[in-house]
Design a protein around this ligand. Sequence first.
Ligand SMILES: Nc1ncnc2c1ncn2[C@@H]1O[C@H](COP(=O)(O)OP(=O)(O)OP(=O)(O)O)[C@@H](O)[C@H]1O
Length: 299
Amino acid sequence: MKQAVLIYNPSSGKELASDYKDRVVEVVSSMGYEVQVNETTGPKDATRFAEQACKDTIDFVIGMGGDGTINEIVNGLAEQNHRPLFSFVPLGTVNDFARALGIPLNAEEAIEALKVGKEQHADIGKIGDSYFMNIVAIGEIASKVADTSVESKTRLGPLAYLLEGTKAILQDNEVQMKITHDEGEWSGGLTLVLTALTNSVGGFEKLAPDAEIDDGFLHLFIVHESGIPGFLRVGSKLLQGRIAEDDGVEYIKTKKVHIETSEELFCNVDGDEGTCTPVEIQVLPKHLRVLVPEKLENN
Ligand SMILES: Nc1ncnc2c1ncn2[C@@H]1O[C@H](COP(=O)(O)OP(=O)(O)OP(=O)(O)O)[C@@H](O)[C@H]1O
């Protein structure tokens, strides 16, 4: 019999994971799997469970939790030779990877969608020694968003990100950066660098409208605009899905990027605090096999 492992975080979202666990087991069992359930208790548990699932040559890993849990699972899968088919039920406040993959944001619908899923390849990114599925953001704003606490995210939802981001803009701190990518180099005073794998960032799905989940590229946005007026203009272009056209933004498709900064900055990796600069970021094309709702197949 095929083997599956469910890894879920009981504290995710509005703490609804436990309510959905039994239904996931029921649905995945109906797909012909024997299902083992692993509940996380704290940081990196999901990574350890995912690594173990690979070592046990499990066929299918299902995650349930917010982007933090899904990121931890991807980190557990990424380094292993045997990488099981992967899917997940999103329970976070933002759920960027689910948006990018077309997985329903409603947990009950996402669970039912497993039954009619199709396999698709997905790129992932590597930053230093860890992996991401969605975005690395570097700059004062990015550091602030990573400061948003789990409690505050649960209470305020996406508003928490907006509040923290706005506070950071008001501080108006421009850092010197040197950015080396496949097409050359950029140096100067910068407020924000975004390195995206998908089109969905911070719950907003128009950052990189051209980005496909398996296109083999990092979509690099260098925002060299500082101050509130410039940011508002960049923000309004972003809302229209046209940020790449703004004079205050460079947009480059690259497979690798190296970023050095005049002062050490934390990188915000998939919404959480990651490593510090300097950093090297690269794409690992089609590194994961994911189960997604059928309509993505023809994209
Ligand atoms: N049982 C638990 N109780 C409390 N915290 C846990 C538990 N298990 C894991 N965690 C922590 O929860 C974190 C991830 O939370 P979650 O999956 O909700 O992501 P998130 O990034 O907060 O999601 P989002 O930002 O989309 O709401 C993990 O990094 C881990 O440290």
